[in-house]
Design a protein around this ligand. Structure first.
Ligand code: GLY
Length: 422
């Protein structure tokens, strides 16, 4: 009886110790989690200070609203596309984000000016990138202009969505890419699609909700599902391009246009895919899109190097392992902040938010933020065509890196303040 009593006491003491340790462990992991999800205020404020300063001086460098920054290959100074270039929406987009983050009216006025410079592209049928061009410019502007102006912006966006939709083929069930067709390739029997198009679906979804036919949404859904079916490899990595036969819609071949080789996963392509799939969930609330977005995000996280900035290609040859792509990192950081608000599992939510924050912290560091360089770009070290003929814009600033970086900062701050990204 007494032995039993002593045993019970020992057991109770033991239990108490176990419970105390468990509570301590829980408290420490909660502390650890919240710490990893928070950036030092000074880091964020510094990133904003540098961004506002550079964007302010960029207006003098860029000078007129028919020129749109693309990459900064020579002495870190911007080179330009005209309004029809695929990057044209990002500069006005950066100015809109700077306005929202600073509340400074001059950013709003500059944003309006460069946004207006893009309107004439709303009937441009020669590009699959109208989504990038119009969502980042007019799309961001919508909530920051007067009601009258917003009505005009809305009409322009709807027209751009209708134009983009003309690239949809019912036979293939996808939107066609403009590269890899004449004059790049003479084979007119093929129907090439690149993973980047996932980023343009937002314009179709938005259009269908704002006066364009419902079929635009159906086409976006078809395109997203087929992209997932055909571009994802069994290991979760992704192709950049899939070429279909125009007449039958059958797959002709799969490959790579900007990454290492046919078997590799080009990180920015995978980043576009992850972000685009997250947007599909935002507009449809279809759980299968959420699962797909998470699978793509998990692959990206799994292959990320410990410094939290992705290499240019996850499978690059040893001699290129050091070549980074800050843009892919910014795109996925921004996407993960949004994705973290959709997943229900607390551990997964924590993981995405923590990784997004770590990636953003790396981009805010002196290795990536162009704080000490003579440039008006915000981020260093993005890569366009490392192994392609001409090898342009390797390890240089790119305007889309700056855009998604600012968007990630904005989402990080919004999440901290309101628990939401929008
Ligand atoms: N294909 C456009 C880019 O991401 O470089």
């Amino acid at each position: 009886m007494s032995i039993c009593f002593i045993n019970t006491r020992i057991m109770r003491l033991h239990d108490l110790k176990v419970i105390a340790f468990a509570l301590l462990f829980l408290a420490l992991s909660v502390l650890q989690q919240s710490r990893c999800q928070q950036l030092p205020d000074s880091l964020v404020q510094n990133a904003l200070r540098v961004s506002f300063k550079h964007l302010e001086s960029s207006v003098i460098e860029v000078r007129d609203s028919t020129r749109f920054p693309s990459y900064a290959p020579h002495d870190l100074q911007w080179s330009y596309f005209n309004s029809g270039g695929w990057t044209s929406g990002f500069y006005p987009g950066c100015l809109w984000l700077a306005y929202e983050l600073s509340g400074r009216n001059e950013f709003r006025e500059w944003a309006r000016t460069w946004t207006a410079g893009l309107e004439k592209e709303k009937r441009n049928t020669n590009t699959h990138d109208l989504g990038f061009m119009f969502c980042c410019s007019f799309g961001n502007g919508l909530k920051n202009v007067s009601q009258n102006e917003a009505r005009a912006y809305r009409d322009i966006l709807v027209q751009a969505a209708l134009t983009l939709d003309r690239r949809y083929s019912p036979k293939v069930g996808m939107l066609r890419c403009y590269w890899d067709e004449a004059p790049f390739s003479q084979d007119t029997t093929l129907y090439p699609v690149v993973v980047d198009i996932m980023m343009n679906l937002e314009l179709l979804f938005w259009g269908a909700e704002n006066g364009a036919p419902q079929s635009l949404k159906d086409h976006a859904i078809q395109h997203a599902n087929k992209t997932y079916r055909d571009f994802v490899r069994p290991d979760g990595g992704t192709y950049h391009v899939v070429r279909y036969k125009k007449d039958s819609g059958e797959i002709f071949n799969k490959g790579q246009l900007q990454g290492q080789d046919e078997k590799s996963t080009w990180t920015r392509g995978h980043a576009w895919f992850t972000y685009g799939m997250t947007v599909c969930y935002r507009y449809t609330r279809d759980e299968s899109f959420l699962e797909k977005a998470c699978a793509l995000a998990d692959y990206f996280i799994k292959r990320l190097t410990p410094d939290d900035v992705s290499a240019w290609d996850f499978d690059s040859k040893p001699e290129f392992k050091h070549v980074k792509d800050a843009s892919a990192t910014a795109i996925v950081s921004s996407a993960l902040f949004e994705l973290s608000t959709y997943v229900k599992d607390q551990a997964q939510k924590g993981k995405y938010r923590e990784k997004a924050t770590a990636m953003l912290a790396a981009l805010c560091s002196k290795d990536y933020l162009a704080e000490r360089e003579k440039t008006n770009a915000l981020l260093l070290h993005s890569t366009q065509y490392l192994t392609q003929p001409g090898n342009q814009n390797t390890d240089k600033p790119a305007i889309f890196a700056d855009y998604y970086f600012l968007e990630a900062v904005k989402r990080y701050l919004a999440l901290e303040k309101t628990g939401r990204v929008f």
